[in-house]
Design a protein around this ligand. Structure first.
Ligand code: SF4
Length: 377
């Protein structure tokens, strides 16, 4: 690990607790050798059993690492696959929870109730599950993401989990592994054999939104430079403009973001760009107000409760923002493939005038796959 990265982690974390069953795991050994002074007695760890963490406890949980085995099933169907959203057949494999970046809109604020940033130590079991699912769905191409409850690459230079997971790709050509990040931590990936089955995807926003809302993350330029680096090593690259956030200059800023992407990448280098508008659980509104200023962009737009009980912008505003971004991409090239993530069929209709399965270039993503019973893995 280079000095800059070491300094980054050294400043980010205060304490590291290791569960007795995880003592011999590679990740625990690595953390002990890198940060011996931060290792604390496991029994001295804080125990909070509240339903939700206070804003202070949530902030603190980003600074305390807990390494422990995960006792459930790693492999899950993406929660987007419900009756209120058009599902793009995505699966998730969570290798930890919490994130040391600090985005104002992060859904983890209303999702987590652990006072720690957890790293699961039993990566071998995760890889085994991944292989098993791939074999059981061998006639289908499946996309598996590791960035649902943790940034896929935020801790990867410490855990080396991507290099462990790619071992499962060798004999399972139907898996496309997707790493989703707001970091620029890619140098450790560059010499990896990824079997042309790894997509590194960046969640991106205009620089004004990154500065205002995505605290501690890499700048837009750093993310795009990292994307170029992995592309040059034949990884596949995708972008998620998610969440699209309303703010007074949204139109100008999102058009500039599209220009920035289109001037750095060609459509054939980026299999898809997904768009999603700001959304969060109703109970998250208060914690966002307490943790971030009232002038933060996420606290200033008018939101309404939607069918799935989340707060969202009015559907006409969502469609207008999506259409503006899509039209801007298409003005550079008709070949850009842009789709909506976690959006209702109605918004698809308002934006595209059709359902996702009938939009040219996107149809393949939305062909239903058989459901996986994760309990039988
Ligand atoms: S990078 Fe993702 S997981 Fe991390 S704080 Fe931001 S939104 Fe949350």
């Amino acid at each position: 690990m280079n000095k800059e990265l070491f300094k980054h982690y050294n400043e980010a974390f205060e304490s590291i607790y290791i569960h007795p069953e995880s003592m011999d795991s590679k990740v625990a050994i690595n953390l002990r050798s890198l940060f011996p002074k931060k290792i604390k007695d496991f029994d001295s760890r804080k125990k909070i059993r509240a339903q939700t963490l206070s804003p202070e406890d949530f902030d603190q949980s980003k600074k305390e690492i807990l390494v422990m085995p995960y006792k459930g099933k790693f492999f899950k169907q993406c929660p987007g696959g419900n009756q209120n959203s058009a599902c793009c057949n995505y699966f998730v494999l969570n290798l930890g929870s919490q994130c040391h970046f600090n985005c104002s809109y992060c859904y983890l604020q209303s999702f987590l109730n652990s006072p720690f940033m957890v790293i699961y130590s039993n990566i071998d079991e995760a890889r085994f599950e991944l292989s098993k699912v791939a074999k059981s769905m061998k006639d289908h191409r499946i996309r598996v993401g590791t960035g649902e409850t943790i940034d896929s690459l935020g801790l990867d230079p410490l855990t080396n989990y991507t290099s462990e997971l790619v071992k499962a790709l060798k004999d399972n050509s139907n898996i496309q592994l997707e790493l989703k990040t707001k970091s620029n931590f890619v140098d450790h990936l560059l010499d990896m054999n990824h079997y042309n089955q790894v997509t590194v995807s960046w969640s991106v926003n205009p620089e004004e939104v990154v500065e205002s809302e995505e605290h501690e993350t890499a700048t837009l330029d750093q993310r795009l430079e990292a994307a170029r680096k992995v592309l040059d090593k034949n990884f596949s690259v995708a972008f998620h403009i998610d969440p699209v956030i309303w703010h007074p200059d949204w139109e100008k800023n999102y058009k500039r973001l599209v220009k920035r992407i289109c001037s750095s990448f060609k459509p054939n280098e980026v299999p898809y760009v997904s768009l999603g508008a700001l959304r969060f659980q109703t109970e998250q509104a208060q914690i966002m107000k307490e943790r971030f200023s009232r002038t933060s962009f996420v606290n200033s737009g008018e939101m309404f409760v939607s069918k799935d009980k989340k707060l969202r912008y009015d559907s006409r505003l969502r469609s207008k923002m999506f259409k503006t971004i899509i039209d801007e991409f298409k003005s550079y090239s008709r070949s850009w493939r842009v789709f909506l993530c976690m959006e209702s069929p109605e918004t698809w209709l308002q934006t595209y005038g059709d359902s996702p399965r009938r939009v040219e270039g996107l149809d393949e993503l939305f062909v239903p796959k058989p459901l996986v019973n994760t309990e039988t893995l």
